[in-house]
Design a protein around this ligand. Structure first.
Ligand SMILES: CC(C)(COP(=O)(O)OP(=O)(O)OC[C@H]1O[C@@H](n2cnc3c(N)ncnc32)[C@H](O)[C@@H]1OP(=O)(O)O)[C@@H](O)C(=O)NCCC(=O)NCCS
Length: 164
């Protein structure tokens, strides 16, 4: 099946929201247990589209199977910083799609003008960390026991990619 990677559109909002929910409910990779309410997801996406903040999706059969958002950090003094958040539905992992989605999103982030892109990854998520390292991210530190899911602590590794 051909997978399209492209900027998100308004028509993708519900399927983007559903995809985040699927990965959140795995309770393994994201600092979320459920997708945010649909109205919050809608205003988030519409704002990204309106402001030109990078948000790419991978589309298979008209459904979102992966996403990569890089909106700016919320404080004015951090407007040069993009906060990256990505994921793929389980059946689409390990086939090069995450790398494709990340590279396209980073190209858009560079064109947007971010000077720093940062993210947090669970310490046990070696697949994601390897992908980020491959794309130029460097580990900066560890927030110990930052996440607690089902009685298990996860350290969160902070990674960033700088641009001169
Ligand atoms: C993390 C994720 C986006 C990676 O996307 P992917 O499509 O599975 O990864 P790719 O097939 O594009 O692989 C890209 C690179 O990731 C790394 N990688 C992929 N699978 C791996 C594995 N099983 N173990 C270790 N590294 C792995 C490798 O560096 C790989 O490059 P290589 O093929 O040249 O060795 C995807 O697996 C995912 O959505 N996982 C669940 C949600 C998640 O972890 N989101 C990130 C939260 S911070």
């Amino acid at each position: 099946m051909t997978i399209e990677v492209r900027p998100i559109r308004e028509e993708d909002i519900e399927s983007f929201h559903a995809a985040v929910g699927v990965v959140a409910r795995e309770r393994t990779y994201l600092a979320l247990l459920e997708a945010p309410p649909i109205e919050r997801a809608r205003s988030f996406v519409l704002r990204n589209i309106e402001k030109g903040y990078p948000q790419f999706v991978a589309i298979a059969d008209r459904e979102v199977v992966g996403w990569c958002n890089i909106p700016p950090a919320s404080r004015e003094v951090m407007a040069h910083v993009g906060d990256l958040f990505m994921g793929l539905l389980p059946q689409w992992r390990g086939q090069g799609l995450g790398e494709r989605l990340l590279r396209e999103s980073l190209a858009a982030a560079d064109a947007f003008g971010y000077l720093r892109i940062e993210l947090g990854v669970f310490a046990g998520n070696t697949r994601a960390a390897a992908l980020y390292r491959k794309a130029g991210f460097i580990e900066e530190g560890v927030k110990r026991r930052a996440i607690l899911i089902d009685g298990v602590f996860h350290d969160e590794v902070i990674m960033a990619r700088l641009r001169d």
